[in-house]
Design a protein around this ligand. Structure first.
Ligand code: CA2
Length: 142
């Protein structure tokens, strides 16, 4: 069974509670049930943290054993060389996802330290982006 790790970074625990016009009105935990149904053949692991080091620790912990990582590092996307280095260090391929279209927002959201370490990037397609990323990683052979 393929194993995919979904990592959400800071503030994404607030999905569905605040800023619905940007991020929608569904919590990620609720959405997770939908993706588990869509991919019954995949073992999905989910981790959310508001702390940079915890995100890095999880990438180290699972990133050598699993088949792929779907990462939305939230605002750390735009600041964290450390998370980029962690993605480089592990063997699992990663796909970067952003719920909003970061390129249609403030210029500080236009640059990602993570993109170059990922197979690809999906932005602006809402939660659907996570499904598309999983679909790619399930089809992709390491
Ligand atoms: O669009 C995305 O997925 C982002 O990664 C979300 C980050 C933002 O800093 C990135 O530039 C783009 C922010 C996540 C904040 O999530 C919230 C959810 C609900 C309410 C408030 C914040």
């Amino acid at each position: 069974m393929k194993q995919i790790l979904i990592i959400n970074g800071p503030n994404l625990n607030l999905l569905g509670k605040r800023e619905p016009t940007i991020y929608g009105n569904r919590s990620f935990v609720d959405y997770l049930k939908t993706i588990e149904e869509l991919f019954p053949e995949v073992q999905l692991r989910y981790f959310q943290s508001n702390h940079e080091g915890e995100l890095i620790d999880k990438i180290h912990e699972l990133g050598f054993d699993i088949d792929g990582i779907v990462i939305n590092a939230g605002a750390y996307t735009h600041t964290s060389i450390a998370i980029a280095d962690a993605l480089s260090a592990v063997t699992a391929p990663a796909v970067e996802v952003h719920i909003s279209n970061v390129h249609a927002r403030e210029s500080f959201r236009h640059h990602s330290y993570l993109s170059a370490k990922c197979k690809g990037v999906i932005v602006g397609l809402g939660l659907k982006g996570y499904e598309l990323a999983i679909q790619y990683l399930v089809m992709n052979d390491k």
